[in-house]
Design a protein around this ligand. Sequence first.
Ligand code: 13P
Ligand code: SF4
Length: 350
Amino acid sequence: SDPGLVARARAAKAALGDRLFVLGHHYQRDEVIQFADVTGDSFKLAREAAARPHAEYIVFCGVHFMAESADILTSDDQRVVLPDLAAGCSMADMATFDQVEECWEALEDAGIADDVVPITYMNSSADIKAFCGRNGGAVCTSSNARKALEWAFQRGRKVLFLPDQHLGRNTAVLEMDMGLDDCVVYNPHRPNGGLTAQQLADAKMILWRGHCSVHGRFTPECVDDVRQRIPGVNVLVHPECRHEVVTKADHVGSTEYIIRKLREAPAGSAWAIGTELNLVKRLAQEFPDKQITFLDRTVCYCSTMNRIDLPHLVWALESLAAGQVVNQITVDADTAHWAKVALDRMLALP
Ligand code: 13P
Ligand code: SF4
């Protein structure tokens, strides 16, 4: 990365000292991640944000929903900054508050809303998290989805899982002894989600029709292909991948899990990784004694994660050092209250 910008980022960080804390998601670019005080998956970063009561500024190198969650979990006098406001998440955008309200009305009309506990993946806007908080539900991440579902099924007979159908299905079927026929997909663009009252009554998991376009690129053929190319390869994928991919893989887990798995792997072992490319490239550099390849043959970055680049980070840090708070992410008090209820339920899972 540009040495001039690196020096400026260092100087601004030094000037801010303990007033600043920089969080970096594993999908961030190398040029950005080098300035993170802590790196992690969504769950770890939420906990880290909550554990920094003395930092005046939290600069979040990640995407919008993560910065919102950090704002919700920190105190009112702490400021959360997202270096580029265009760093959103296409999956989070697939569930809007109005659509989810409409869905809930459909469940009420079908007479089943009282049986349903709403669980939202962290990758959702603050108002969806607040919706879950208000309606007896919780947030989950890819590292605690099973525990969140176990919690939910102690409280209700059905779960509405938002917005990632794949994480919901993969967790239900692979970790909770449910079958594919226990799951139905609610399509927010169709009346009643495209489901009959009977289908809603029979389902245990009502999966929102959302997905990650980055992880959606991995196909079962990618797995077959890599197994042919590299005999004995271990296939390790993120649970945002499609069910047909996950069932063909050897291991599945969050970004933090993927890193741990590779750290523990014996030297000389071969791994094909199905997750975002910045992370996979970094892992290949970090563990040169293991053969680490990307599961797909084409390139697949998360374009919104990549919006946070060194120029944006330098701009944010230098602005803060000059006393100007830019790109602050704030969640209104009522939304924040109920979203925190849902987030706290997640943080309290065993
Ligand atoms: P985790 O880091 O929680 O595994 O999530 C991956 C992701 O897609 C974040 O957007
Ligand atoms: Fe959203 Fe997928 Fe990017 Fe994660 S990788 S931020 S789920 S678009």
